[in-house]
Design a protein around this ligand. Structure first.
Ligand code: IVH
Length: 676
């Protein structure tokens, strides 16, 4: 074999260069865009040829060669996508009269006095996108952009759980060769609140509403950030559709369901305008209770033939309109700003507002989240502000109106002592939040008790805010376990609580003792541990004792638990005070069944990294089979990796595994794991 550079024939040199360029392109397609152009076997052949040549001609070795590195960096920028059919906008109406006019206009255009069948459905307040499916496979996903050209956000859209990568095919309803699905990506309200809570704690700027959070999430160049946000998707239309057998929008909606897509919920066929009105009223009333933001109702002519006949005017279809709900905004005055002490001692500045009606609700206060947010928006006591209530999201101050200032306004400063217990207030490094350091702060205790008793946690019926306040103020309760020693006589001495209610409360307390491990864990109010995380912890460890003893490292092995949550859990159980309260709760009779740890999937909780090519199956197949057994398959090797599977010509990942002492499996060993 040739050994020095002078001995490398020019054609080999050229072939190596060519292979490197090609492999780099395929790496990008596979890892970044997730759109491979060639099969895994073809890729492996190219890769192996390059390895062979580099082995034969060491002079050609290069640290930048694809053989030295697997994977590709995040995108540097989004590319533009031209929509085959422009994505139009919608005209809108704001009253019943205008809706009647819309209907009459259509009657005139269609030269009829008969009724027109409409479909009415919620107008989802999210971000419009288009998904292109070719032969049932999602190839490109893009934003609406200016309607003609949008941005290619395929990698981000693929992380949305309700966007299928492959359409289901039903015998009665074949998949079109090409299907351009249009719809709205959105962040459910609860997820939005959680996202902003976390951002408030870390000092990151808050998103004004779920729509902005959605737009921000779709604009991430690193799709793993998008993947961490529970975005959702509803569809409401199509661009190009090859071989469309549908006569109406309603039929298309049904086809969406058959393909595994979700049409906009709560839609209805309305044979008359009166029924459209009825649905608008019903949705306006239900608006607050929906899990996602809607800002109106879209009314569309059902028949595609009639839609075609009506056509479009400028950039909007003539066959549809949006009935917009009134804005949930109002102008009012900030009377005062007061800090409120939360469950974990966080001081949240709250604006007391001159009462104002917004969408049928009287608003008297708004959370200002944290000091950074107050500074960013420059909100002062005495300011005139615009307040918005987005769905059931807590009202917030959109902005101040500085032109209305008189000079009497005052800036708000965070107190240095807790307004509830007088303990020192501290701001943790790297955090936006100020926290009361008092261990026996009554405000913190009250909030913890409210949390503990809430529905979904310990579920103590009848233990409301007013009663909790009195129990703490009268020193009858110093920690949650004291609740279980209260007698009906003690309770009957409280205001607002008669003998009968006192008795009922004792019964409710008794009943709450029978619970489940996840509910109990969530009720403790450990920072960052909500219901979902509590369930994960319980499923992973099986029992409370094991969770309490788990070290940070072990906690990080639980699915979805990262370093921050692990630290918080370990710190909570590390405090003797918390352990004592838990002991007292169990002594008082709180109990829950053990959970069988790691139920679904034999390989649950184990993380695998694949490197090199496998002889008997492709990497995507191996990944799929591992995941089917509950394992996680990640791209890079770390201390958290349980196994590295090294196939033929493994890359640098194998070396890294060796360095970190991560067990390395051969293909044969992998197959055994998959089978046993
Ligand atoms: S139908 C020709 N249906 O509203 C456009 N649009 O203001 C047909 N939207 O760009 C759109 N929910 O992003 C339709 N149920 C729904 C919708 C909906 C939200 C958005 C869409 C559109 C915008 C127009």
């Amino acid at each position: 074999m040739a050994a020095d550079s002078t001995a490398v024939p020019p054609n080999i040199r050229q072939e190596v260069a060519q292979l490197r360029t090609e492999l780099a392109v395929h790496n990008q397609r596979y890892y970044v865009l997730d759109e491979p152009l060639i099969s895994d076997t073809q890729y492996d052949q190219l890769f192996r040829r390059l390895v062979d040549l580099e082995t034969a001609y060491p002079a050609l070795r290069d640290p930048a060669s694809p053989t030295q590195k697997v994977g590709a960096p995040p995108l540097a920028a989004f590319t533009q996508v031209r929509h085959t059919v422009p994505m139009l906008s919608l005209a809108n109406v704001v009253s019943r009269e205008e809706m009647q006019e819309f209907h009459q206009r259509l009657q005139r255009a269609l030269d009829t006095t008969d009724g027109i069948e409409y479909v009415a459905e919620p107008k989802i307040d999210g971000v419009a996108v288009e998904l292109v499916y070719e032969n049932g496979i999602l190839t490109v996903g893009s934003t609406r952009g200016d309607g003609v050209t949008g941005e290619d956000v395929t990698a981000n859209l693929k992380t949305v759980r309700s966007i299928p990568l492959t359409l289901l095919s039903q015998p009665a309803q074949p998949r079109p060769r090409r299907l351009e699905v249009r719809g709205e990506v959105f962040l459910p309200k609860a997820a939005f609140r959680r996202l902003n809570d976390t951002r408030a704690q870390t000092g990151a700027p808050l998103f004004a509403n779920p729509r902005n959070a959605t737009a921000g999430s779709l604009k991430q160049l690193d799709s793993s950030i998008t993947a961490g946000r529970p975005l959702d998707f509803f569809c409401y239309g199509v661009g190009q559709i090859e071989g469309s057998p549908f006569a109406s929008y309603w039929e298309l909606r049904q086809a969406f369901t058959g393909w595994g897509l979700k049409p906009v919920p709560l839609g209805r066929v309305c044979p008359t305008v009166e029924e459209v009105f009825a649905l608008c009223d019903a949705l306006e009333t239900r608006r607050d209770r929906l899990a996602y933001d809607i800002d109106g109702v879209v009314i569309k002519v059902n028949s595609f033939a009639l839609q075609a006949q009506l056509g479009q005017i400028s950039r909007a279809p003539r066959w549809a309109t949006a009935y917009k709900f009134p804005a949930l905004q109002a102008t009012t005055a900030v009377l005062n700003i007061v800090p409120q002490v939360g469950r974990i001692g966080t001081l949240t500045p709250v604006a007391e507002l001159a009462p104002v009606h917004i969408g049928g609700v009287t608003v008297t206060s708004a959370s200002l989240h944290n000091m950074d947010e107050i500074k960013r928006k420059d909100i002062r006591i005495g300011d005139t502000v615009i307040v918005e209530r987005a769905g059931d999201v807590i009202p917030y101050v959109v902005k101040t109106i500085p032109e209305k200032r008189t000079g009497e306004e005052r800036a708000f400063h965070m107190p240095t002592q807790c307004p509830a217990c007088g303990a020192r207030v501290e701001r943790e490094e790297g955090e936006a939040a100020y926290r009361c350091t008092g261990l026996a702060c009554p405000a913190q205790l009250k909030e913890s008790l409210k949390f503990f008793a809430a529905r979904g946690f310990m579920d103590i019926d009848g233990l409301g805010e007013k009663i909790i306040d009195q129990l703490v103020d009268k020193n009858l309760v110093q920690d949650p376990s004291d609740l279980y020693h209260l007698t009906a006589e003690q309770l009957a001495t409280l205001d607002r609580l008669g003998e009968k209610s006192a008795h009922n409360l004792v019964t409710a307390l008794e009943r709450s003792k029978t619970t489940t491990l996840p509910r109990f864990l969530a009720a403790l109010g450990i920072r960052h541990v909500g219901e979902a995380t509590a369930r994960q912890l319980a499923a992973h460890f099986g029992g409370l004792e094991r969770i309490m003893q788990a070290e940070e490292e072990a906690l990080q092995d639980v699915p979805d638990i990262g370093p921050e949550v692990a630290r918080s859990v370990a710190a909570f159980f590390g405090q003797e005070r918390n352990r004592a309260v838990i002991r007292k709760l169990l002594d008082a009779g709180v109990h829950f069944p053990q959970i069988e740890a790691r139920p679904a999937g034999r390989l649950r909780g184990q993380t695998f990294v694949l490197t090199g090519s496998l002889a008997s199956l492709t990497r995507p197949e191996a990944k799929q089979r591992l995941e089917a057994l509950g394992a996680k398959v990640t791209a890079s090797v770390s201390k958290k990796t349980d196994y590295v599977v090294a196939g033929i010509d493994p890359g640098a990942k194998r070396d890294k595994a060796e360095k970190l002492g991560v067990p390395i499996l051969s293909e044969q060993e992998l197959l055994e794991k998959l089978q046993s």
